[in-house]
Design a protein around this ligand. Structure first.
Ligand code: BDP
Length: 327
């Protein structure tokens, strides 16, 4: 009897160890977006690559939809080594890594092509390198389209229309300053709280790209969308430095390779999702201003550049970005 029991325990232990080899490493990954969002799918793709290359020794366990918290919390947990991989926008990193504010500056990029050329090149690498002393290792940049204003009060046709409008922004002083330079009242708030705040009238509006405006259903409670495209602030995929340091050099290379291969996957999914989201919002009958004169918005940004790119190093970075040739 005793022996049978021991045998059963032994068999069970064997089954567990076969199912999950002792050395298996499932990186815990966080994303504020729900299942099916392009960033979530891209990181899942990265996990499949890692797992197939290593026979399941490395992989990714994705926690989408804020299961591990809002972005500010997940960033803290990533730095602490509790979360291994985190996909966030650059904006909530602005207060931790000053260099990340530069690609998030309003109107710094001329186009998506310009943004991709900069972020995929030397400058993007430099900004990732700056994250390391803050406990994060940059793995890849993803697209985030263009952020534009939406609100429930009136169509925004010029900065004058922003006067006194209460706009939610990400947890970034840069975004607060951007709204204030336009005369709006900025309210930093976590992404997951915005729908309710819009619905209850605590705020009048927010700013985001097509897929976020649609997937959050903000478009149902904030009818006016103006495509002023003030920020192309990209998404970034980071690994906790604590996790990274625990990997062998060859595993680190595999992680980087899988992340790099997830970028074109993300971008294809993104382009399709932008079209799909736009179609949903248009079918809802929202008031969308496609063409807006950006110049008055750009002109109002001088104090923002002065404050966030004021040091010689950061203003040099701005100039180098502007000098990068792309459409
Ligand atoms: C979305 C980004 C997400 C941010 C969100 C926000 O993908 O990372 O959390 O905007 O506005 O576009 O908070």
């Amino acid at each position: 009897m005793k022996q049978t029991k021991l045998l059963a325990v032994g068999m069970a232990a064997l089954a567990v160890s076969l199912a999950s080899p002792a050395a298996a490493q499932q990186f815990r990954a966080a994303d504020t977006h729900a299942d099916g969002y392009p960033t979530v799918e891209a990181v899942e793709h990265m996990g499949e690559l890692l797992s197939s290359w290593t026979n399941g020794r490395m992989g990714i366990q994705m926690f989408p939809g804020r299961q591990l918290g809002e972005e500010r919390d997940t960033i803290e947990q990533t730095i602490a080594g509790v979360i291994d991989i985190n996909r966030v926008n650059l904006a909530p990193l602005n207060g931790i890594v000053p260099e990340t504010a530069i690609p998030a500056l309003p109107f710094i990029f001329r186009s998506t092509e310009h943004m991709r050329t900069v972020m995929d090149g030397e400058i993007g690498q430099e900004i990732m390198a700056a994250m390391e002393e803050h406990g994060m290792v940059g793995l890849a940049y993803y697209d985030s389209g263009a952020r534009s204003f939406y609100n429930s009060v009136r169509p925004i046709t010029s900065p004058a229309d922003m006067d006194g409008v209460r706009i939610r922004v990400q947890n970034s002083d840069l975004f607060v300053a951007t709204m204030e330079a336009l005369g709006a009242n900025a309210t930093p708030m976590e992404f997951g709280q915005v729908y309710e705040a819009l619905a209850n009238g605590v705020i009048d509006g927010a700013e985001n790209n097509w897929p976020s405006y649609e997937s959050t259903r903000h478009f149902e409670v904030a009818n006016h969308y103006t495509l002023n495209q003030h920020s192309l602030s990209p998404e970034v995929l980071v690994m906790s430095k604590a996790t990274w340091d625990g990997l062998s050099a060859s595993d680190q290379q595999l992680v980087l390779k899988a992340a790099a291969l997830s970028v074109p996957v993300m971008r294809d999914l993104w382009d399709a999702r932008v079209d799909a989201s736009r179609a949903i919002v248009e079918a809802n009958g929202n008031e969308i201003l496609y063409e807006v004169d950006k110049q008055p918005f750009i002109d109002a940004m001088a104090p923002v550049y002065e404050r966030f790119a004021g040091t010689p190093e950061l203003s040099d970075l701005v100039e180098r970005i502007q000098a990068v040739g792309a459409e």
